[in-house]
Unconditional design. Sequence first.
Length: 469
Amino acid sequence: MKTKIAQKKKPASTKKKTVEKKKPVKKPAEPSESKIQKNLRTISLLRGMKDITPKDELYWRTAYHKAEEMANAYGFEFMETPALEEAVLFTRSLGKDTDVVDKEMYVFEDRDGTRVALRPEWTAGAVRAYINHGMQSLPQPVKVWNYGAIFRHDRPQAGRFRQFHQFGCETIGQRHPCLDAELILVAYNFLKDLGIHANVNINSIGNLEDRQNYTIELVGYLRSKRSYLCENCKKRINKNPLRVLDCKEESCAEVIQESPQIIEWLGEESKTYFMKVLECLDELGIPYILKSTLVRGLDYYCDTVFEFFEDGNEEKSQNALGGGGRYDMLVEQLGGQPTPAAGFALGLERVISILRAKEDNKNLLEKPWSKVFFAQLGDQANYKALKLIEEMRLQGVIVRHNLAKASLKGQMETADKLGATHTLILGQKEVHDGTIIIRDMDSGNQEIVDQNKLIAEIKKTIKTAKPRK
């Protein structure tokens, strides 16, 4: 029998194990507020963009008001189309070899893979909407107007931005010389009502057959002058020769000036139509200049084309305030039934820059307020003030105010800076008494009136008030 020999256990070590103490992890110091502020850079405007600030409010409000007024007077109805459309809408309508499509259009891929573009002009979107909404079943022509932002990645310069604004009108569904003249009249009168004396540059580029015949002659001429043309125009000779006539480079100006005139290649129908447009303009007394090289920069135009310039400022095409023309084939190009159409668009940044430069702007709207300031003092007066301000608004009396200012002196200074003729003063005492003070800002005279009679009294005061000295 085998016996198990018990193994002796080693005596436990008397040495104490040293446990390494973990060094406390230092939390990174919280950056001080001053350092955070130092690291925050000021975000600036993108190149070619701009802000419209309150100092320009009257110019922009006046332009919108005049556009709405003029469009309504001639039976145009408002239509808004999206700023973002499928890119193919513009490449198909404007032409692949135009500067707008080749160089200036903002195109990118949407999250679903669709190629989209920010609208570089209004007309293509208006025609798409006409087709999509079945407007061909409405009484023709359909007359619409639009007003808003357009986007082109253009070279920023005076009066030209990458986001800019246009007022435009479209007449879709009928073809008649008087409809062309009406569009010119609307644009001309819009400028005139703003105090801008404009001239119209006008031409006819005929129908498709006329242009094909003319193009053969033009290409022959341009090839003989090829060495004088800019690099872009050398490429355009074979791709899209009519675009050479729209070139803005000074090196091409003399070549363009001596080029064959398209009007000499118009067929009888196109000539007759154009002559009738001019006869309409003569009857209306609208000044115009026949410009044989005017073709506009987009492929969809036919027959009548025109541009607007401030009188005496026609030397460069960059100074054009806008333009338009007939585009009888565009509806069909975008998938609709053959439908004649015409339209125009005016660039509002250039229009407003002219208004800003004028010393006397009698045509600007006045701010819609009564030249009355409402001052309050104390919590109860603060609460009551808004109710009285709203009651006055409902009765057509618009007042300025600053409910956040507690100091009466500060509020009176604001009223003075705004050019208020009178200030309404409501304190704690007036709240309890149901009264309010009307103070004449020039003389300093004050009158206490019953709050229930305030609106009648202030309307009477406004009528007799004289502008501040």
